[in-house]
Design a protein around this ligand. Structure first.
Ligand SMILES: [Zn+2]
Length: 264
């Protein structure tokens, strides 16, 4: 197996995964999306709410507010020693108190643990008019995307790596250049050439092949994947990928143990 990083910033990563089967690539994608745990608000106790929004809408918005997550300190609620009761190892309390006129932003959520706080402080929660009040206590738990999408750390997707070959020069070079929606080709003094920077953008639409099937071939390699991970901000992309691999290893170990038990 080979992994090559193409591009990375805080919230996005693009890498190539080589010499694996589609089943492995898809397992990796699914674990990242639905099994890597993150913190999200699950319970909200509204003490005062004279805003125009229903309690349920405020609770829903709070649930979808991404919170920074510390994987080392917190356990998944279902795997915690408290057996799902909620304790300091799997949950954290956040409070909010605001009086209008103002816009209530996510930054106004005061967390008991400074490591668990809203990722995007400028996310609006409600708008309060004069004398309207909002006061609440929220509890955030560790959960997984399998239970609710608010516990999902990222969007992850991949495509087969395109392999583009120019076998000969087409009669109408410009027609081929223009056919590509992502500018893979360029006209270099009447010769068809590849735009090296854009190669990974190819989404295998085959528009160029339709223009000239004799001279151009585009094939998808089914053991090489162009992977994209976009984090929602709770964890960075590297943390997500490493946690997913840990999770996969844990699952395989569990399978190994269970299988040995079954044999005897
Ligand atoms: Zn607990």
């Amino acid at each position: 197996m080979e992994v090559r990083l193409v591009d990375k910033n805080d919230n996005k990563a693009n890498f190539i995964l080589k010499d694996v089967s589609p089943a492995v690539a898809n397992t990796f994608r699914r674990i990242m999306i639905s099994e890597v745990p993150v913190m999200a608000i699950e319970d909200v106790e509204l003490r005062k709410n004279s805003s125009v929004l229903y309690d349920e809408i405020i609770a829903h918005r709070l649930g979808l507010t991404p919170l920074t997550t510390d994987l080392k300190t917190y356990n998944l609620l279902s795997e915690c020693k408290c057996k799902g009761e909620g304790c300091a190892r799997c949950s954290v309390k956040l409070t909010l108190a605001a009086k209008g006129p103002c816009t209530v932003y996510a930054s106004e959520l005061k967390s008991k643990d400074p490591k668990i706080k809203p990722v995007y402080p400028k996310m609006p929660i409600a708008k309060l008019l004069k004398d309207q009040e909002l006061e609440l206590e929220a509890t955030a738990f560790m959960g997984t995307g399998k239970d609710h999408t608010k516990f999902s750390p990222c969007l992850a997707f991949y495509k087969y790596r395109p392999q583009i070959e120019i076998k000969g020069n087409p009669e109408d070079v410009d027609k081929v250049v223009q056919s590509c929606p992502v500018d893979i080709y360029k006209n270099e003094d009447g010769k068809l050439a590849l735009n090296k920077d854009n190669l990974m953008l190819c989404h295998l639409c085959n528009a160029c092949v339709e223009m000239d099937p004799k001279n151009i071939s585009v094939e998808a390699k089914d053991d090489e994947f162009v992977f994209y991970v976009e984090s929602w901000g709770q964890l960075d992309c590297k943390e997500i990928a490493l946690a997913a691999l840990d999770m996969l290893k844990k699952r395989m170990d569990e399978f190994d143990t269970k299988l040995k038990e079954a044999k005897s």
